[in-house]
Design a protein around this ligand. Sequence first.
Ligand code: CUA
Length: 196
Amino acid sequence: MAEPSSCPLGRPLPDGIVPEEVVARTEKRWIMIMAAMLLVMMAIVVLTGITGAMHPSSNVEVIDPTTLHLKGEFVESNLGTAVEPDGSVTVRIIAEQYEFVPRCVQVPVGTAVKFRLTSADVVHGFLLPDTNVNTMVVPGFVAEVRTRFAKAGEYAMPCHEFCGLGHHAMWARVQVVSKERFANPTSAERTSCATQ
Ligand code: CUA
């Protein structure tokens, strides 16, 4: 056969079959694009790490993780659920190896709820399945997430950011109760779901 062809048997390729060189060229091109994307992403991770620009995606609010228990809004007596003058609810939680403090919070159904979290040590994760609540909890920052629970029930709250050997055991609960059942609790009751 005089006619040059990419088919190993020397026959012309049937319609719709792409010659080998074209496939190889396209694959090489895509590998280059993938490698470039990887390099850009790695560069972003390294640069943000070096410049200290890593923070929760929700907002940028700094806090000193070494004095959480001594002063400011995350002192022990201020943790848990609090009712604001406008009727909305604010929940303050500290994440630390390997627990959330408090381990259970109660909020009313159909009410604006604002979660404010911070970490005392390493990066943790705060996630409520089937809701819009999902954030990293980074030491040195306050993560804030707003939501509204449509129906009563109990939500498991697993830490979803690997934080060490006890990561798998780190989880807490959010109990959503009716407005009637929810009453502004005393500071002692706030930190426990056991008291109603
Ligand atoms: Cu905390 Cu994983």
